[in-house]
Design a protein around this ligand. Structure first.
Ligand code: SF4
Length: 91
């Protein structure tokens, strides 16, 4: 999700100008609505030219909310663990 004040890559973010609510689904609005919103956000991310940079930013800064780089928080944590494991195995 694009936020002002970030680095140069955000200029190319596909989510610029898109309703940001889908990137931060609220379960208070209903589980089904939250799942649909997250799916829509990930669809935007899939065609984003800076998905790698966005995911890297979210992992490095420990973003705990929202869809970044096409992943929700739980998926980013799993990605981070897998990345660390790969590094350990190749060291
Ligand atoms: S990957 Fe998704 S959240 Fe990140 S900049 Fe692109 S569209 Fe926005």
């Amino acid at each position: 999700m694009w936020r002002s004040g970030d680095r140069d890559w955000v200029i190319s973010a596909r989510c610029r100008g898109v309703d940001t609510a889908m990137f931060f689904p609220q379960v208070e609005n209903g589980r089904g609505a939250a799942v649909r919103a997250e799916r829509q956000a990930k669809e935007v991310c899939r065609a984003c030219p800076v998905i790698v940079e966005c995911l890297d930013h979210a992992v490095r800064t420990g973003e705990t909310h929202g869809v970044w780089g096409g992943m929700n928080h739980a998926e980013r944590r799993a990605y981070e663990r897998a990345t660390k494991l790969r590094r350990l195995r190749s060291a």
